[in-house]
Each structure stands twice: as C-alpha cells, then as structure tokens.
Design a binder for this molecule. Structure first.
Ligand code: FES
Length: 92
C-alpha cells in the first residue's frame, strides 16, 4: 500500500512509482514551473523529467526511476524546487 496525495493505493510490488500512479488513474504528477500546468509522465525512461514527484518528503524524484515500496507517501511536485530542499544524498 502506498499513498498519493493522502489517498491510499494498493499497487503491485516491483513497478515504478510512475507506473503505479498511472495504473491507479493519476494524470497530474507535477505542476509546471511556468504557468502551473498539470504534467504527467511521458518517456518512462528517465529522460523528460515530467514525472517528478515528492516521495517521503524528498522533492523532485523521478517517478519512473523509483520502485514502489510499502508505505511510500507520494505528493505532487508543485513548481520549482528550492535548492535548499534537495539533500544530494546527504543524511541528517
Ligand atoms: S517519465 Fe520521463 S523522466 Fe520519468
């Protein structure tokens, strides 16, 4: 079980976050930086960055490149990410 925008979703194990959300009917993964237009995955192979979501509090994660894990909390990526919000692999 994962959650997208607070809504619980039962999804198959071993698939990407983007595939899981698309299969669950989600079509608005992020909002564009300019104009706040709703965006959704396009390439599904890590090239277009249209699938950016926030996963467990970490912004700007490529949904097509991350596998679902039990208990994952996923939110839409709204607009640009502040540089200070990115951890670059650091643990605190
Ligand atoms: S869908 Fe293109 S980078 Fe994820």
């Amino acid at each position: 079980m994962i959650a997208f925008e607070g809504n619980p979703l039962k999804v198959p194990a071993g698939i990407s976050v983007a595939a899981a959300l698309l299969a669950s009917g989600a079509r608005h993964f992020r909002s564009s930086v300019v104009g706040q237009a709703p965006r959704a995955p396009y390439c599904m192979m890590g090239v277009c960055f249209e699938c950016l979501v926030e996963i467990d509090g970490v912004p700007a994660q490529q949904g097509c490149a991350v596998s679902v894990r039990e208990g994952m909390r996923i939110s839409r990526q709204d607009g640009a990410v502040e540089l200070a919000d990115l951890s670059f692999g650091e643990t605190s």
